[in-house]
Ligand binder design. Structure first.
Ligand SMILES: Cc1cc2nc3c(=O)[nH]c(=O)nc-3n(C[C@H](O)[C@H](O)[C@H](O)COP(=O)(O)OP(=O)(O)OC[C@H]3O[C@@H](n4cnc5c(N)ncnc54)[C@H](O)[C@@H]3O)c2cc1C
Length: 452
């Protein structure tokens, strides 16, 4: 019997998107899949792997604290909070962003079923008589967050996993594309029919620049966070309870979202995760737990038992000290923020990040907080002044690095290569946007671009 030739697909990176694609393609018997992964089962940082980056201007720790390398990539350490865009997400959106929103609306249910999120509720609701929306996020089960592990990628027989293989460059050919990579200090290459580039925002950029498919100097944006208030007791405002609710064995949280001068922002209560049982849990989930940490657990054991009992009774994750802090996370889409790749002596690319939180953004944040003070006047919130910007729990998602006119342009811009990363998003809106790319993957895989 005549057998059709298998289509060879390369997936660069085994993080959130690489593992998701591998999982979705593994059942297609006409495909042969190869995953290139720079790391291995030990999760590493950029310095461990000697991936050079340099910060000029203000501090931006997204490159050092916001990404992890190895099997599962950053999903080995992330929060696993999944949100999607919906029709309420942007006051106005260009063609490509509108198409991404449509894909989120179409495929988010399917994505939820694949990553085993049970909730069927809407993603967001407009609040009456206000410019705010209530936005919901579902968290993955705490011990099922590493996509490489939960999809069992290691055990899928039809996947060729190349660990310790750093992809340097991609070259489009007449039919298909070539992957040039470094393994055991040697430069190697391999031909494929199609390539999915999923090496994280900055490493996708590095590879595309090295491949001369993108400019060496790219704009980029990210969210930036600021804590501006605290409150004791229940977290009610706008008639809604914003505390973290248990949903099965995980959490469903809500936030107040809106847009101010084309910047999306969201406000949510946060709790101190750096003491007692919560700290231990956080360390276990991030695979950072050390035996010495157990001491801290015993130090606070009586407070913790009382607090756990309260959480169980109320079916909510409450703060241990009964104090919530209010955090605003806002898009810092400043046209002066750049990532610039410069050639080093050995021909590799050094990444320079030029980042700032400009005066306009600071002014906008003050205006938003002043409006909130009026809106939340009777909510027992103690507002405080601060100029300290940070990303709560190191949540970084760089966006706006690559530009696309529309979906067709997105599919064709890099030839036989498609890039999946938050870097493709023109805006990340008021959500942690990792989940919002998964519907785009569903759409592309449905189209089977390797057959074109
Ligand atoms: C602490 C923390 C919490 C977060 N929480 C959330 C959250 O709750 N919700 C949310 O939406 N987002 C969250 N994020 C952001 C989220 O983790 C990222 O958006 C997401 O991991 C991006 O997926 P990715 O596949 O693009 O990159 P990654 O998951 O980082 O995967 C990239 C993979 O590519 C590999 N790689 C890199 N370079 C190469 C190369 N040259 N050759 C071969 N392989 C390579 C890496 O080793 C890695 O395995 C969080 C981030 C952090 C740091």
């Amino acid at each position: 019997m005549k057998q059709n030739k298998l289509k060879k697909i390369a997936i660069i990176g085994s993080g959130v998107y690489g593992s998701y694609i591998a999982r979705r393609l593994t059942d297609q018997s006409d495909l042969s899949l190869t995953i290139f992964e720079i790391g291995n089962k030990k999760i590493s940082t950029d310095t461990n792997l000697n991936i050079p980056s340099k910060i000029i201007n203000e501090e931006y720790s997204g490159t050092s604290k916001g990404r992890f390398f190895g099997l599962g990539g950053t999903s080995s350490k992330w929060g696993g909070k999944i949100l999607f865009f919906d029709k309420n997400s942007f006051n106005s959106a260009g063609t490509f962003l509108s198409q991404l929103v449509d894909l989120n609306v179409k495929y988010s249910k399917l994505v939820k079923s694949i990553i085993k999120i049970k909730s069927k509720q809407n993603n967001s609701i407009k609040l009456n008589n206000s410019s705010y929306r209530l936005e919901y996020g579902d968290w993955l089960f705490p011990f099922r967050k590493n996509f490489f592990k939960i999809f069992g990628i290691n055990n899928l027989k039809n996947i060729n996993l190349l660990e310790n293989s750093k992809v340097i460059k991609l070259v489009n050919k007449d039919s298909g594309a070539n992957v040039i990579y470094q393994q055991d200090g040697k430069l190697k290459n391999n031909d494929f029919d199609f390539i999915f580039l999923c090496s994280g925002a900055f490493e996708c950029a590095r590879i595309l620049v090295q491949s001369k498919l993108e400019n060496p100097k790219l704009n980029f944006s990210d969210h930036v966070g600021i804590q501006f208030g605290k409150s004791k007791g229940p977290m009610y405002f706008f008639g809604h309870d914003f505390s973290y609710k248990f949903s099965k064995f995980s959490l469903r949280t809500s936030r107040l979202s809106s847009e101010f001068k084309r910047r999306s922002f969201y406000i949510h209560p946060i709790i101190d995760m750096n003491r007692g049982f919560l700290m231990i849990l956080k360390k276990i989930l991030k695979e950072d737990f050390k035996i010495s940490d157990i001491l801290s657990f015993f130090k606070f054991i009586f407070i913790d038992i009382y607090w756990l009992f309260k959480c169980f009774i109320y079916r909510k994750l409450l703060p241990r000290n009964n104090t919530w802090r209010l955090n605003m996370t806002i898009e810092n889409n400043d046209s002066r923020n750049f990532v610039n790749f410069k050639k080093s002596k050995d021909d590799s690319l050094i990444m320079e990040i030029d980042y700032q939180v400009g005066d306009n953004l600071k002014k906008d944040i003050n205006e938003i907080i002043n409006n909130l003070k009026l809106d939340l006047n009777d909510c027992n919130i103690n507002f405080f002044n601060t100029s300290k910007f940070s990303n709560y729990e190191d949540v970084y998602h760089p966006f706006g690095l690559f530009e696309f006119d529309n979906l067709r342009h997105f599919k064709n811009k890099y030839g036989k290569i498609i890039c999946f990363s938050t870097a493709i998003l023109p805006r990340s809106g008021s959500i942690n946007p990792t989940g919002a790319i998964l519907p785009v993957i569903e759409y592309i895989l449905n189209e089977k671009p390797w057959n074109d």
